[in-house]
Design a protein around this ligand. Structure first.
Ligand code: NI
Length: 435
């Protein structure tokens, strides 16, 4: 056991070395405020020219150019259209990865912003607009800002910062690899080996400037499923000659609803099954041969996840069988559970408080949205948090949610996000254990 003197002495040493110099913190906060207008400008650029998952070619090139100008070691493209850059601090220390996702969604923007997206494309054989309807444009702009400010302060940095601009967070197109899983596969967490990773998400439906987080399981595991129902084609006037896959599909959809509402213990954790797409038929008077539906499953517990998968298979195949049809079920595990390392989370909360203010940092219950940030967290400890960006004077119960044409954020949240990422990075570098 240490004597009191040694104890006091080591506490004193810890204090003199462990913390970021307050002058440096103040300087960096100041630089964040000065860069705010640029970050907003970058965000508007990405917002106006959004690109879908694995197609972020111009977005990636724009980011890479910015990072090269800062004098960073830049790798582009990585995992199709991603960008990775290294910033080496003047002093030894940990390798800290910071991640932003860069892709947009097949959603047609509905507002009169001067920088609203007019981009159109074909997705899943349908005409659609393309929109940054999840705010990844803000994440990209914020991380570009973080890179710029940290580059200016190289002399004071301990360790290395690895900037990860990741494509396809929303999911790669069918048949393609992409997103965080592909980044990890291509070695983004190696060379140099990443010790810790931080990421954030802007949230249009939570109060402006408020940072929220949850230790341990924060965001649900997401799986995608598809069910192909095969019946028998016939003339629409004589359904008795058919095995109607549309009617069978309707029964399957109703059956799936009872898995969560009647077969899952909802006092333990929440769960969601959504059928988001159904396709069948070509003409009014033809009963088609096939129907295909596809959807998503969200779970916050691994055991519950396995059980729900099993029940989906059972429900679909047995209902189809009862009608003389067949159902082919495929389930694709998309994203694991987003898991914030509890010890790391506790250490970093003061940095979040520094960035947003004491009353503006709070814990939240788990949510059923998913994040492929979880792929990195499977390999290294990580912290993911939310930055509220709800425009003022909005009713939280009716404010447009993410992935909708009316999705809207208040740009003043970008400064909060910028400060939070900067503070977390800087303070992690100076944690006593990381000397
Ligand atoms: Ni998102």
């Amino acid at each position: 056991m240490k004597n009191l003197f040694t104890f006091i002495f080591s506490v004193a040493i810890l204090h003199s070395f462990a913390q970021v110099n307050p002058k440096l913190q103040t300087k960096i906060d100041q630089q964040a405020s000065e860069l705010e207008a640029n970050v907003i400008q970058w965000r508007r650029h990405f917002h106006e020219f959004p690109e879908l998952s694995n197609r972020e070619v111009k977005t990636g090139a724009y980011i890479a150019e910015h990072l090269k100008k800062l004098g960073l070691e830049v790798q582009y493209p990585v995992a199709k259209t991603g960008v990775v850059a290294l910033l080496k601090g003047a002093k030894p220390g940990p390798v800290i990865a910071l991640r932003a996702d860069i892709d947009a969604l097949p959603v047609t923007e509905r507002n009169s912003l001067p920088f609203a997206s007019k981009v159109k494309t074909t997705y899943n054989e349908q005409e659609t607009g393309v929109m940054h309807a999840c705010g990844h444009d803000t994440h990209t702009a914020i991380l570009m800002g973080v890179a710029e400010i940290l580059s200016k302060n190289k002399a004071d940095l301990k360790g290395t910062v690895k900037f990860i601009f990741q494509p396809a967070e929303e999911g790669a197109p069918a048949g393609e690899e992409g997103g965080a899983a592909l980044m990890v596969k291509e070695g983004v967490l190696e060379n140099p080996k990443v010790d810790v990773i931080f990421g954030m998400h802007i949230i249009s439906i939570s109060p402006l400037g408020v940072i929220t987080y949850k230790p341990a399981g924060m965001m649900a595991a997401a799986d995608w499923f598809s069910i192909k129902v095969k019946g028998r084609q016939a003339h629409g006037s004589s359904p008795w000659m058919s095995i109607d896959p549309i009617v069978v599909s309707a029964q399957i959809i109703s059956g799936l609803q009872t898995i969560v509402s009647r077969q899952t213990d909802l006092t333990k954790e929440a769960a969601v099954i959504t059928v988001g797409r159904i396709q069948s038929g070509i003409r009014e008077n033809i009963i088609p041969e096939e129907a295909v539906m596809a959807g998503t499953i969200r779970t916050l517990d691994v055991e519950m996840q396995d059980k729900i998968h099993e029940k989906i298979r059972l429900t679909a195949t047995k209902i189809a069988e009862s009608a003389g049809a067949t159902a082919e079920v495929s389930i694709d595990k998309k994203f694991p559970l987003t898991y914030n390392d509890p010890a790391l989370t506790e250490k970093m909360v003061p940095s979040l408080v520094r960035a947003a203010g004491k009353e503006k940092v709070m814990q939240i219950p788990a949510i059923t949205g998913s994040e492929d940030f979880s792929e990195y967290q499977k390999k290294v400890p990580g912290l993911f948090f939310f930055v509220g960006a709800m425009p003022p004077n909005q009713d939280p119960s009716t404010v447009p949610s993410h992935h909708t044409p009316d999705f809207m954020i208040d740009e003043s949240a970008l400064l909060t996000g910028l400060k939070a990422m900067l503070n977390v990075t800087l303070e992690y570098m100076y944690l006593p254990a990381n000397k």
